[in-house]
Design a protein around this ligand. Structure first.
Ligand code: C2E
Ligand code: MG
Ligand code: MG
Ligand code: MG
Length: 281
């Protein structure tokens, strides 16, 4: 871990800081090359109806398998992709790949299936973002009404005027918008109401707390109420056990996503999971 040493009001570069920067630069090169070589891929985690257990869509999640076979989690390489600007090309690829997978799922008979795609802050703010989105839709033939973009709560709260306009443009393509990790930021409720958002995703932290005290479930409860009052769809993230799923359902949350239902799955595994899901429900 890098530490800054403060002496007489100056920050000094310590050796470990130099190392950390070197590591970061190395990782940036590895990521750029890895992306070119096709080391990035998407996995898909089902989003399930809590009343019937049936999947109504999936979230695309990015993975990086490096040359030596190790798997780097997105929380580690996405910040580097953002920092280096690589996220623009990677993000455009993610959009196209997830849309292409949606088209394949539709061809396999899952006609009402939704595909949720994470969008990074840097990507979202890029002047060409809308063009990249349209291009992914056009090139793959993915129907916009089955595509959803996930933006984080902090992204949704920045520069209201610019954002309202951009969200309006996105909505005009037919693509819908979800706010990811909801409850972790500090959204203004009046601002939220102005945004043309379709769905809130309750952050995993609040789902974890739900089986504890009455107090523990209060944030999840509030988000569900808020979503319902605003006429929004709601997904609970990180549902890991039956009790959480039951309580969420009782609180009026329609959808859940988490290890209880399925891990993020490779395309073939998703198809197999969906076939079993259809047989079960
Ligand atoms: P997120 O969008 O909030 O995604 C949910 C994360 O929770 C995923 O982690 C998922 O694997 C994990 N998860 C799902 N169910 C459970 C559960 O029951 N328990 C626990 N403990 N975790 C669960 P993952 O795949 O490591 O992704 C981490 C974050 O990286 C994502 O958080 C998202 O912010 C970002 N990310 C992933 N893919 C992309 C992408 O294609 N583009 C961008 N910009 N960001 C991405
Ligand atoms: Mg997400
Ligand atoms: Mg999330
Ligand atoms: Mg997250």
């Amino acid at each position: 871990r890098a530490k800054t040493q403060r002496r007489g009001g100056h920050f000094y570069f310590t050796r470990s800081m130099g190392e950390e920067i070197r590591t970061r630069v190395n990782m940036m090169h590895a990521l750029r090359n890895g992306f070119r070589r096709g080391e990035l891929f998407l996995v898909y985690q089902p989003q399930v109806c809590l009343a019937h257990g049936r999947a109504e869509g999936a979230e695309a999640l990015l993975r990086w398998r490096t040359e030596d076979g190790s798997l780097v989690p997105p929380d580690r390489f996405i910040p580097i992709a953002e920092y280096s600007g690589l996220i623009i090309d990677i993000g455009a690829w993610v959009l196209r790949e997830a849309c292409a997978e949606l088209v394949r799922l539709r061809a396999a008979g899952y006609a009402d299936f939704m595909m949720s795609i994470n969008v990074s802050q840097v990507q979202f703010r890029h002047p060409q973002f809308l063009a990249m989105l349209r291009r992914a839709l056009d090139e793959t033939g993915a129907p916009p009404r089955y595509v959803e973009l996930e933006i984080t709560e902090s992204m949704a709260m920045e520069e209201p005027e610019v954002l309202v306009e951009l969200l309006g443009e996105i909505k005009r393509t037919g693509v819908s918008i979800a706010i990811d990790d909801f409850g972790t930021g500090f959204s203004s409720l009046s601002h939220l109401q102005r945004l043309q958002v379709d769905r809130l995703k309750i952050d995993r932290t609040f789902v974890t707390e739900i089986t504890g005290s009455a107090r523990g479930s209060s944030i999840a409860q509030m988000v569900i109420q808020l979503g319902r009052n605003l006429g929004l769809s709601i997904v609970a993230e990180g549902v890991e056990d039956d009790r959480q799923a039951r309580i969420l359902h009782e609180l009026g949350c329609p959808l859940g996503q988490g290890y209880l239902f399925a891990q993020p799955l490779a395309p073939q595994a998703l198809l197999e999971w969906l076939a079993k899901d259809a047989a079960r429900t």
